[in-house]
Design a protein around this ligand. Sequence first.
Ligand SMILES: Cc1ncc(C[n+]2csc(CCOP(=O)(O)OP(=O)(O)O)c2C)c(N)n1
Ligand SMILES: [Mg+2]
Length: 781
Amino acid sequence: MAEGDAVAAARAEQVALLTRIEERLRWLSSWTVHNANNIRAKRDGLKVGGHQASCASMTAIMTALYFHALRPQDKVAVKPHAGPVLHAIHYLLSEQTREKLERFRGLGGVQSYPSRTKDTIPIDFSTGSVGLGVAVTAFSSLVQDYLVAHGQLAEADTGRMIALMGDAELDEGNIYECLIEGYKHDLRNCWWIVDYNRQSLDATTADRMFRRFDDIFETCGWRVVTLKHGRLQREAFQRPGGRALEDWIANCPNADFAVLTYLGGAAWRERLERDLAGVRGVKELLADHDDAALARLMTNLGGHCIETLLDAFDAATGDQPTLFIAYTVKGYGLPLAGHKDNHSGMMNTAQIEGLRAELGIQPGEEWDKWAGLGDNLAARLEALVKDSPIARKAPEHRAPAVPVPDRLPVPEGAVLSTQAAFGKVLYDLAKSDAALADRIVTTAPDVTQTTNLGAFVNQRGLFRRQELADVFQKAKIPSAQKWSAHTAGQHIELGIAEHNFFLLLTSLGLAAPHFGTRLLPVGTVYDPFIARGLDALNYGCYQDARFLLVGTPSGITLAGEGGAHQSINTPLIGMGQPGLESFEPAFADEVALLMRWAFDHMQADGGSSVYLRLTTRQIEQQPRTDDSWEAGAIAGAYWLRPPLPGAKAAIAYSGAVAPEALAAWEELQDDLPGLGLLAVTSPDRLHRDWSAARAARWQGGARTPSHIETLLGELAPDAGLVTVLDGSPAALSWLGGVKGHRISPLGTDRFGQTGDLPDLYRTYRLDTHAIIDAAAELFLA
Ligand SMILES: Cc1ncc(C[n+]2csc(CCOP(=O)(O)OP(=O)(O)O)c2C)c(N)n1
Ligand SMILES: [Mg+2]
């Protein structure tokens, strides 16, 4: 046999086997959903759910990718609702258990959407909120390049960061924010594979978008590979009448194509006979296909043709970012194919039985990997699966921790803001030779200077794969910012797009498990604009990425900037966000202490990301006689002025309003002897600890009181509390519930406006008077 023939024969054999694997994935994903919804016992009357059609849409794509193109070092974000296909792949690899599949969407079972933290198979990226799982792959490519440039990863070990995405994900704005940023940073090693079934959840997608995506992506430096037709179609197009058929498909509206797909062979025939009547060759072409064959031909799109997929993946060499637009049919190979309501639609029992029979699977053999295929074929499939590169994927890294110094020096100065202190701590680190400093990566969405990252950047440089001179510096124009960019730089500058910011923090914060090197990402953003990227922040926390988020400046304390820039609800975001421990310090020594703690906590097993809410208000610093306050500051609160035992009153404050709280405390001394002043550094940690302590007690655990119970336990049972912070009063008002103390909570719950601090604090009742008034009402009435 000639060499070419042997290659062709091997390819044909590979395609034949992968076609069987595709069928298994289509079956197992369908069956997993069916079992959970129709067979497993139900207790709550709720629909379990699952997406058989969305799975079937990409089983061929995932077969060709996972069992051929994927290399062990590649990482994949899987379209959320195709999660069951990923689990079926790992079931074939013997890395997923039948028991977990049977508990799909149940407690401890396979999660509905791939989850790094909840699923037990290797998941590179969690997905669920559409669009974010796509864009994050681009940022992980950037992080990979960062590690290569910093000598932490060999070029030979770099992988492709791949997103398997639905076409409706292309409607998400964060995709385009990421495209632009990717172009600026010379993105490479990134593949996005679109399951282009032209259906979203509600509808068939707009025909007008045809070719638009090609333009958009090519403009941003991507190679676009369109897989429109499968081999059957391409061969048919060569026949007489074939050109006309090709044109007909090209011009067929998405909705018509979907309807005909659903109706099947007879409907295709009737329509083509009508539309292509009299075209030479068409009659014969149609006559050569029975209804089943005609339906197969018409739905033989690129994304369902294993051969087409293999060829396309093989041909996409080099590191240019690549968009594959793989035309598909939603629900391919299922009776749901093409129906506009198939997104959450499920096969009924008769339909799933029909599919089972079609695939030669006997009743009772539904979970058998290779049921109905015969020993010989089963053995060959088992061998193919075992030999596939994905089977050689190494477990995720457990990167060694980066040592954190025992203490970070406290910035000097009698009067300081928390934002300035933050910048100074980073700057001191940047000048030091601490190992920690080398692993810090800073980033900001175009607010580097105004959030006090500038000094760190001057010291450590901007990261760029290509050197970029600071033209202003060369021209000897005086400036505080020295923005030279080079491969050793440690600051990644982003445009103003907060989703990108949080996705980059996510990717940097996954560097340890992904690439084996721990990075300590520090990102700054104006506090109110956290809300702009909130879903991406949640996304990063959900997959346990570790970073330090600094929201600054915050609150109406940012007086002159007015209501559009003054954050109100971020203390509640900090409290409500799992995977993020939030703090609002007031003094520079607290900032240094909490940053040190954060660098540790970001690396700890069971740790998390950390959020610091800071301000530009310069306040007088507190003299300290010892470090006894420190443990409390980390736990969330400490007595800045301890109450006398059994005191009837206390003031609790957070953050920038410390001077007002202190002044009120001074003034109330005489009227309220023993008055305490509680510095609350973290309402979030206090509340979590309080909840955990109660839960532990209910579950028969230790009866240790929570930190806040201990602190407030020093007051008389009938004491009163005034709480105050520059943010939603609800962040502290719950303190009244801890011991049943009467409470008067101050804070902002209306939009801010411009003004100077005295005016604003008076108007919004954050000033000393307001605190004294609140106290008077509680204690003296
Ligand atoms: C941010 C976000 N909004 C809405 C949803 C609900 N949702 C899940 S899938 C989907 C449509 C997906 O269509 P497409 O991406 O084309 O995938 P297909 O199922 O067609 O393959 C929607 C709206 C979601 N998961 N995330
Ligand atoms: Mg779709």
